[in-house]
Design a protein around this ligand. Structure first.
Ligand code: SF4
Length: 479
């Protein structure tokens, strides 16, 4: 994955902000999440599991829920797969490289799988299905994300001596809810509010791997938020492949904006984020809510994918360059300064030089604070796979490099303007060697800062920016 800006990295890759050693006294795994992970909660057992996650934040959160299910069944989590009875990979197939990585991991077990259950979960499982057993016969569990609710029963079958089990249903109108979720990020709680996707972007495997859209009941979401606030979380990130097409299926019928306001209203919640928004479902009401409710973070990730209308049409993105830019103008008219990030694919089949130029000019017009940029790679079960006019690999690489450099310059210029500004950060990292702490602003910018204080992790601090770089800021804590 090409990364230009740290904002949104978590949204895509979900790396926890702090290491276990960094966790604060105020938010250790034990006390921030005691309802989930205390020894009293889970029956003692000799069985153990190792779970590795690839891909997007939805996958990361699914893994938290899968871990919760296994903990509830008496499994212990271990850090080393060699010591695990159950080795699971929660996979991503959005890009070819991600899929190759998983098969490489599976290859490690070719001669070492005796006595273990090796399982593949997530998008690659859904996409490849039984093929996985063909390519890696030592795998015994294959389960797509739309079938996670069947996971306990699949594990039962394996424990009862079953050799191979599969869960690949897609025709579900249920969402994956579990009483117990292990939460791996001590400062930000992720909450899925809608699963699946009803769009059909030409390059994307998600509708195939995650099934149609299913929104969760608002009451169940809000009950989770209240519980998370009780456990000490102050920041919530609402998740969905198209999070802003959320529609409460209960008689209350909350819209996405109603839900945002209700989550922000929960006592103890200071920050609410959401990802990923689809431009088609993005409307003024979202910007108005951010303007009116301070707890709604001033950051919007709005994937554009291309700045060229013909390419957007070929991608089946359902909006034109002009329509996208109109939505950006609503954001720019807001009273609060809202940071914008996006995703871009270069080298989609048929992308001409002038289409690419349109994408470059869009970067300048919008002035993004961060861009996740990728080279197009054809994926199975997508309509783009068989499209003519493939862009040569070298051309894709060269366009990606040009785009990343252009965006780097934009970020340098934008971040320079922030020197001298004050921000509130939620402190989520510590670099003892540099005597620095790190935190994120509401706009999801990273600031590394110095302070005379100790034990700031999990706390909010006021920081003045003293220096800037393309991907982060440097500052000092205000007295
Ligand atoms: S909106 Fe398009 S890119 Fe996003 S998940 Fe749905 S099909 Fe994939």
């Amino acid at each position: 994955m090409a990364k230009l800006f740290d904002v949104g990295l978590e949204a895509l890759a979900g790396a926890p902000a702090a290491t276990a050693a960094d966790r604060p006294a105020a938010a250790t795994v034990e006390n921030a999440f005691s309802p989930l992970s205390s020894a009293a909660e889970f029956p003692p057992s000799n069985k153990s599991f190792y779970l590795e996650t690839f891909g997007c934040q939805m996958n990361v959160h699914d893994s938290e829920k899968v871990a919760g299910v296994l903990l509830q069944r008496g499994y212990r989590s271990v850090e080393d797969p060699a010591h695990a009875d159950l080795v699971l990979y929660n996979t991503c197939s959005i890009r070819e490289k991600a899929a190759q990585k998983v098969f490489a991991r599976l290859g490690d077990w070719k001669t070492l799988s005796a006595g273990k259950i090796i399982g593949v979960l997530g998008c690659l499982a859904q996409q490849e299905g039984e093929e996985i057993f063909e390519r890696a016969p030592w795998v015994s569990l294959v389960c797509g994300s739309a079938s996670y609710r069947r996971l306990p029963e699949l594990v039962d079958e394996l424990e009862a001596g079953g050799r191979r089990v599969m869960g690949l249903d897609l025709d579900t109108d249920e969402t994956f809810e579990t009483e117990i979720t292990r939460r791996d990020n001590p400062f930000r709680a992720y909450l899925t509010i809608i699963e699946g996707c009803d769009y059909s972007c030409a390059y994307c495997v998600v509708p195939h791997t995650r099934g149609p859209e299913r929104s969760r009941l608002s009451e169940s979401i809000l009950a989770d938020v209240r519980r998370l606030a009780d456990w000490g979380y102050t920041e919530i990130q609402l998740l969905g492949q198209t999070v802003n097409s959320y529609r409460d299926p209960s008689p209350r019928g909350l819209s996405f904006v109603d839900l945002l306001r209700a989550v922000a209203d929960v006592q103890g919640i200071r920050r609410v984020r959401f990802t990923t928004s689809h431009p088609n479902n993005f409307h003024r009401g979202i910007v108005e809510a951010i303007d009116e409710v301070p707890a709604l973070c001033d950051h919007i990730h709005l994937p554009v994918q291309s700045g060229s209308t013909p390419v957007l049409r070929a991608m089946r993105r359902t909006y034109s360059r002009e329509e996208y830019l109109e939505k950006i103008s609503w954001v720019r008219e807001a009273k609060r300064s809202i940071s914008m990030t996006t995703d871009i694919i270069v080298g989609f089949p048929g992308e001409r030089d002038r289409d690419f130029e349109d994408t470059l000019s869009l970067l300048e017009t919008v002035g993004y604070d961060g861009v996740f940029s990728f080279k197009y790679s054809p994926r199975p079960n997508t309509t783009a796979r068989d499209m003519p006019d493939a862009v040569p690999e070298e051309e894709k690489s060269s366009r990606l490099a040009v785009l990343q450099e252009r965006q780097r310059q934009i970020q340098i210029a934008r971040n320079e303007k922030l020197v001298g500004s004050d921000f509130e950060v939620l402190v989520d990292g510590h670099h003892p060697a540099r005597s620095q702490w790190a935190g994120r602003t509401s706009s999801n910018r990273i600031i590394n800062f110095s302070t005379p204080h100790q034990n700031l992790l999990g706390q909010y601090a006021q920081v003045r920016v003293t220096r800037s770089g393309p991907n982060s800021l440097v500052g000092e804590q205000l007295p």
